[in-house]
Write a protein that binds this ligand. Structure first.
Ligand code: 0RA
Length: 629
């Protein structure tokens, strides 16, 4: 009670200020639920931490009491107690005037923590009782409050050679939904603060159940990273770096593990920036740059490949803790740093120091680079797998390809499809066929060699897609031969080297992807004639050299022999008569006598290895006839 001078206008203002806090507590501490309740402790704690940041405080102690009160004690300089202009002790002003802290030298703090930073007067306003003890100038000063009102002036209660502040308060039950402090809830933040402020000792004890713990980390955020990674397989000892640049203290610690997740936590003036901000983007940029630059210098990557930021950060645990004079927090929750100048500062500090680390630790660097490359490879593989699934679904559609000229009949056992090389032969085939039961699918030249191509290429090939959709029986694991839309698949290619090559490519596709169709005996090779022998108005066809000789024996003189080089040289009627008409044509059925031999053969003929193919060709070269080049 202000006994001697009575109430002044200033006193009334003070009381109105604290009354405003009690009317709208959420405006000052966020809420009146358990989060707001614990916020009171953090508010006091932040002031002690500020003392620690300024280098004046080494020990903090938090006590939870049976009477529901909590105290925070530090060995900082102690709240000033000298007389203020109003004639009151500075201590009383700090505890009763909103945002009064700054008036008493708090502006001298280079950096200040506290999310709301509303000051201890808010805690006082929301407490039933609050008592404060300050050790300073060789004395202990004390004062007690009830609902924010002092019960007496600040009094000297003893001598001391120590300095520091003790604030004990009991939250007002009329304001808070709950007034029960939770040890474990407080513990998380206290531990975090101890990690973030290396060498600061924070003790917490709970009188209610005897719980007691001390948090002290000599190594600070380096130990924080070790703590995060304790259950993981580490690739190296943590990297830790701290540097002050233009009043900004930039500190980080990181350690790669073999895990797939990233654990990056960032802080500004001890406040967790859940939504990151400029310091985090500076860190990420630097990390990606360092990794790519290191790989480039050491020629770790072929063909100028670049690691993405995601590749570089996979499996990384990291703490970025910066302490800056004027943080600007953005976003809904004010948990994102907005200061634009910080990005570049963090970027350059992290880049330089991390590059130096890698250069000085080649063994660790190698392990880290290997991890990043395997992350990159896994990401690429996953991307391809995703693409595969997407493509497969395209393969499973029931839409017929545009270039298929389908037949009218729908009963597969009566239907035939001619897979034809080239658009012009396709045209003749389309005109010459019996459209009731014969379909034509023209292919553009050489289709993909499925023996050599990776699956994602197979699935992106337009020609193969057209074949798959024409067959209509799905693809890969889902292939179901009983759904085939035709029971005769006829490969019809030119009788030259290119035609033979295309035929082999199509055979390879069927063997590797539609083997059941071959096993069912559905696959055929058309036998177009090699020669047309014309004598007057009569035309005969020869399908082999032997046959030509036979025909020539019968016809004698004056014949006109035409060697067919391509199907396109035949008109639609001739193609029908010689190759497509079931009455006159010969089809060669493709069979698999010995699957293992066939498998080997396709691997040799169509695969990657050149040597076995060469050997095979040399062995069989003598048997090859009619090689027209
Ligand atoms: C105002 C000014 C100074 C320190 C403090 C407040 C202060 C507040 C709290 C609350 C809990 N512990 C605290 N410790 C200090 C600066 C003091 C100076 O310049 O000596």
């Amino acid at each position: 009670m202000t006994t001697d001078t009575g109430y002044t206008a200033k006193d009334i203002q003070v009381l109105e200020g604290l009354e405003a806090v009690r009317k709208r507590p959420a405006m000052y501490i966020g809420s009146t639920n358990r989060i707001g309740l614990h916020h009171l402790v953090y508010e006091v704690l932040d002031n002690s931490i500020d003392e620690a940041l300024a280098g004046h405080c080494k020990n903090i102690e938090i006590m939870l009491y049976k009477d529901g009160s909590v105290s925070v004690t530090d060995d900082g300089r102690g709240i000033p107690v000298d007389k203020h202009d109003s004639g009151k002790s500075a201590l009383e002003v700090v505890l009763t005037v909103l945002h009064a802290g700054g008036k008493f030298g708090k502006q001298a703090y280079a950096v200040s923590g506290g999310l709301h930073g509303v000051g201890v007067s808010v805690v006082n306003a929301l407490s039933e009782t609050l008592s404060v003890e300050v050790r300073r100038n060789g004395k202990t000063y004390a004062q007690t409050y009830h609902i924010g009102k002092p019960l007496s002036d600040v009094k000297v209660v003893g001598d001391t050679d120590k300095t520091g502040t003790m604030i004990r308060f009991k939250p007002n039950t009329k304001i808070f939904e709950t007034v029960e402090f939770e040890y474990n809830y407080l513990k998380e933040r206290i531990m975090e603060l101890a990690f973030l402020n290396a060498g600061l000792r924070i003790k917490m004890s709970d009188e209610r159940d005897g719980n007691e713990q001390e948090f002290y980390y000599e190594g600070g955020i380096k130990e924080f990273v070790e703590h995060i990674n304790k259950a993981r397989t580490k690739l190296h000892a943590p990297v830790h770096f701290k540097k002050t640049k233009d009043n900004n203290e930039i500190e980080y610690a990181l350690q790669y593990t073999d895990s797939y997740s990233e654990s990056i936590y960032s802080f500004v003036n001890n406040i967790k920036t859940v939504d990151g901000g400029t310091h985090v983007s500076g860190f990420r940029t630097a990390l990606t740059r360092v990794v790519n630059e290191y790989m480039r210098i050491n020629k770790i990557l072929k063909n100028d490949k670049k690691m993405s930021g995601d590749d570089a950060i996979e499996g990384l645990a990291g703490i970025i803790s910066i302490k800056i004079p004027e943080p600007q927090f953005e976003g809904q929750t004010k948990a994102k740093l907005g200061n634009s100048e910080i990005k570049g500062i963090v970027d350059s500090v992290v880049y330089d120091s991390l590059m130096t680390y890698l250069e000085e630790h080649p063994t660790e660097a190698k392990r880290i680079m290997q991890k990043i490359i395997s992350s990159m490879e896994a990401r690429e593989a996953a991307q391809k797998a995703k693409e595969l699934i997407r493509r497969k679904s395209v393969f499973e559609s029931s839409i017929l390809p545009g270039k298929l000229s389908d037949c009218i009949e729908k009963d597969p056992s009566k239907c035939e499809i001619f897979v034809v090389e080239g658009d012009s032969a396709g045209g003749s085939g389309r005109q010459g066929r019996d459209r009731n039961y014969q379909a034509i699918l023209p292919l553009k030249g050489k289709i993909l060699n499925v023996e050599k191509a990776p699956m994602h290429k197979v699935l992106t090939s337009e020609e193969i897609k057209a074949i798959v959709l024409s067959i209509g029986a799905g693809f890969g694991e889902d292939f179901d031969a009983t759904k085939a839309r035709y029971h005769k698949f006829v490969i019809m290619t030119d009788a030259d080297v290119d035609g033979a090559h295309i035929r082999t490519l199509i055979l390879t596709l069927f063997y590797r992807h539609f083997k059941p169709l071959i096993e069912k005996g559905y696959l055929y090779i058309a036998q177009p004639p090699l020669y047309k022998i014309k004598q007057g108005k009569s035309i005969q066809y020869a399908y082999s050299d032997a046959q030509l000789q036979e025909v020539l024996k019968q016809t004698g003189e004056k014949v006109d022999i035409q060697r067919y080089k391509g199907l396109g040289e035949m008109n639609p009627e001739q193609l029908w008569e010689t190759t497509m008409n079931p009455e006159t044509r010969t089809l060669k059925q493709v069979t698999i006598e010995d699957a293992i031999v066939a498998d080997e053969l396709f691997t040799i003929l169509m695969g990657d290895e050149v040597a076995p193919r060469k050997e095979f060709i040399e062995q069989y070269a003598k048997q090859v006839k009619n090689l027209d080049i």
